[in-house]
Design a protein. Structure first.
Length: 268
């Protein structure tokens, strides 16, 4: 237990607040964006391993000595990762790795750390193109926000879940329950933008479970100053399973998303 002492000059009492400090847990952030509509196909993302830290700690301990690989469960091919020399806690595909995710294929992430094995399965979730982005003249509460209107068409042959990335760690999730198979547009409002500023807007296809997970992270991030995928106020369990010792569960998520993006320049 960590005891924090708060002193108030207006009184003589000392208030002790006990903050629970559990054992550090492995945290796995493995998220990849696949841009199939770009030539050549572009894959972006990261695989980062850390240990959970007490709530008031400013430092997140990196994990640099794990064994990490992703297996294509269709053909049993393996992509090995190695710890980055420049960014502690991040893992990069080995030099000769061929990374080419496909639809309708299960991929399994394996992390071996501290004599325990962690696994997570996912598939590549489809997205749709962004048809247009334009600047509107609407405002919200302060009156000086910048409105961006995003248009896209949902695929009516499946149930879709989306993660929208508006740059600057600004994220929103959406599901097509109310616009199944239809053209859809919505407004997003930026604060503190200036003329000529460039933003990159992305739409990622995600699964329902990740939709729920990301939605909770985004909601929690708004309670503080951290970005959406920094350490959350509450511990959220994702799809990482400790197959050696289930009680010592890990945090984080393994996700593969088809993604589309468009750049936009803010006008006056």
């Amino acid at each position: 237990m960590l005891a924090s002492t708060l002193l108030f000059l207006s009184c003589e009492d000392v208030v002790d607040v006990d903050v629970p400090e559990g054992e550090p847990r492995l945290t796995v952030d493995a998220s990849f964006e696949i841009y199939l509509n770009e030539s050549p196909v572009t894959i972006e993302g990261y695989l980062r391993l850390t240990l959970s830290a007490p709530f008031f700690d400013d430092t997140i301990p990196p994990v640099t000595d794990a064994t990490v690989f992703i297996t294509n469960l269709e053909d049993n091919s393996v992509i090995n990762f190695e710890a980055s020399d420049d960014n502690p806690g991040f893992y990069d595909p080995v030099a000769d790795a061929v990374v080419n995710p496909e639809f309708n294929t299960q991929y399994e992430l394996t992390v071996i750390y501290d004599n325990e094995t962690y696994k997570a399965k996912t598939e590549l979730f489809a997205s749709v193109p962004i048809n247009s982005v334009e600047q509107g003249d609407g405002t919200l509460f302060e009156g000086d926000e910048t409105e961006i209107i995003v248009s896209f068409a949902d695929d009516g042959t499946r149930n879709d879940f989306y993660l929208f990335d508006f740059d600057f760690n600004l994220l929103e999730v959406s599901e097509d329950r109310f616009y199944q198979g239809e053209a859809f547009n919505f407004s997003y409002f930026y604060e503190n933008m200036f003329s000529g500023q460039e933003v990159t807007i992305k739409i990622l296809g995600i699964g329902e479970r990740y939709f729920n997970y990301a939605g909770l992270l985004i909601e929690q991030s708004r309670q503080g100053d951290a970005g959406p995928f920094q350490t959350p106020p509450a511990l959220l369990r994702g799809n990482i399973i400790n197959t050696t010792n289930p009680d010592n569960y890990a945090l984080g998520y393994f996700n593969l998303s088809e993604a589309n993006r468009i750049q936009f320049t803010i006008e006056e």
